[in-house]
Write a protein that binds this ligand. Structure first.
Ligand SMILES: Nc1ncnc2c1ncn2[C@@H]1O[C@H](COP(=O)(O)OP(=O)(O)OP(=O)(O)O)[C@@H](O)[C@H]1O
Length: 261
């Protein structure tokens, strides 16, 4: 298999605590992968390390077979676009202006956006269905729309790998599903490799192909999402009793029933 990202034996301590412990993983090119695990198990730290925002104490990360440390900052940003867990648009920034920020790896700050930059910004806004709101102020949009603007910024960046840290948190059910469907669409139509931290196991089951399960800074298991996310895993990793039910349309859902005693 062809890997977009590989990490080998990553370890990282922060504030004197081991946060990542000997993490080894591979992300298939063009796949959509969920990273799941309890609060504080190291999911965000893993994404930050894989995007070089944090430097591991040990281990290596490669992007398309090349060591991540050998990329310049701009070069790396042409390969990986990241949506962190916490993000807020500056006060008066419009949708188009925020999407345009995705073009930073291709621009110098004193040079205005080129026609090519603008073309990619418009395409990104079209992909998230926000062309009509291009001149609106981001902070005045609904939470769901704001997440789509951030996604447009990532798309305008034209990198082939997207990391998203809990993109559906704080969204209502409909907007959560909309965001997941958009990610699916982008994965399928544009062939982008997507790694997404999720807390909703059913979103992972429905919208991702691969899953990486973490606990206490370690990878508990990886594999096809449908094979990995089982009631047994819910018990072992989350301490939750869950049942796997088959829906009338053939899909499967995990229903949490209560805490494991
Ligand atoms: N800069 C830091 N200094 C010290 N400890 C940190 C730092 N960043 C994260 N941690 C700790 O590392 C652990 C893992 O944090 P991380 O944010 O990666 O977890 P997570 O799995 O993404 O959690 P959540 O699901 O709650 O977002 C936590 O205990 C956190 O407090």
């Amino acid at each position: 298999m062809d890997y977009a990202v590989s990490a080998e034996h990553l370890s990282l301590s922060l504030g004197g605590r081991d946060i990542l412990r000997d993490v080894t993983l591979s992300i298939g090119t063009g796949s959509i992968t969920a990273v799941v695990g309890p609060n504080g198990c190291g999911k965000s730290t893993l994404l930050k390390t894989m995007s070089r925002m944090l430097r591991p104490d040990k281990g290596t990360i490669t992007i398309f077979g090349r060591d991540i440390t050998s990329f310049s900052r701009r070069e790396l940003a042409r390969h990986i676009a990241v949506l962190p867990q916490l993000h807020q648009a500056p006060d008066d920034m419009t949708v188009r202006e925020l999407a345009r920020m995705g073009r930073f790896p291709y621009r110098t700050f004193y040079r205005p956006a080129s026609p090519k930059d603008e073309l990619y910004v418009e395409k990104a806004l079209h992909a998230v269905r926000l062309e009509d709101k291009a001149d609106a102020v981001v902070q005045q949009l609904s939470g769901g729309e704001q997440q789509r603007v951030w996604l447009a910024m990532l798309l305008a960046q034209r990198s082939s790998i997207l990391y998203l840290d809990e993109p559906t948190t704080y969204l209502d059910m409909r907007h959560q599903l909309h965001m997941m469907r958009l990610l699916n669409h982008i994965n399928e139509k544009l062939g982008l490799t997507i790694v997404v931290v999720l807390h909703d196991m059913n979103q992972a089951l429905q919208y991702t192909q691969q899953a990486i399960v973490m606990k206490d800074g370690e990878i508990v298991c990886t594999g096809r999402t449908a094979d990995v996310l089982t009631p047994d895993l819910m018990r072992r990793v989350f301490g939750v009793q869950a049942e796997l039910v088959q829906m009338s349309d053939g899909r499967r859902a995990l229903i949490p029933l209560g805490l494991e005693r």
